[in-house]
Ligand binder design. Sequence first.
Ligand SMILES: [Zn+2]
Length: 229
Amino acid sequence: MASCAGTPSVRTDLAQAKSNQVLTKKEQSKLTPDDVIGILKQGNEEFVNNRLTSRNTPDRIKAAINGQYPEAIILSCIDSRVPVEDVFHRGIGDVFVARVAGNIVNTDILASMEYACKVAGSKVVVVLGHESCGALKSAIDDVKLGNISELLQKITPAVHSSKTGFQGETSSSNPIFVEKVSHSNIALAMSEIRKNSPILKEMEARGEIKIVGAMYHLQNGKVDFLEDR
Ligand SMILES: [Zn+2]
């Protein structure tokens, strides 16, 4: 494929994706996973710098009636301090968002990701952790409470692996340890996705999607995309 001929149209689609309009199927299909990561990074920069625009206007609502072609699916914790669409300066029709305490992966989350990427054409799976996560602290403290106990078991392997080689107190009152668990928990989720979803693993191997980890900082709203493997 001649890159010279392809470049202008990709640029047009990128501009479209960054603009305040709903993506069409054609525009979505021309975005690469790296394009989408770039869009999310730029959106977060706009959020951090207080340059948010209104994305859920009546025009946009109407434009999205006939279908959705989101760029990405973002797995986030339920934490109310992490408003996912705002964090990436996205609105109606832009991204799928799956939310569950501790941003853990289970069968239903995997199915949602498979739908987003294989059926609806999204290019990126983001596992978005955040600082000072109550679910992670509860897993570190081995809290037992109703259905929460079962959810926390999905975080426990990240707690155990974080203890290996850690110098210092391995408790929820040590923010450095909690941060290490946050990173391990994101890595665990990414590994679960690749292990338990052959569909997503194959799409990633073909370069059709990227699976990435990211960390949200409560102090300033910044998202850091994490190096993988
Ligand atoms: Zn959380």
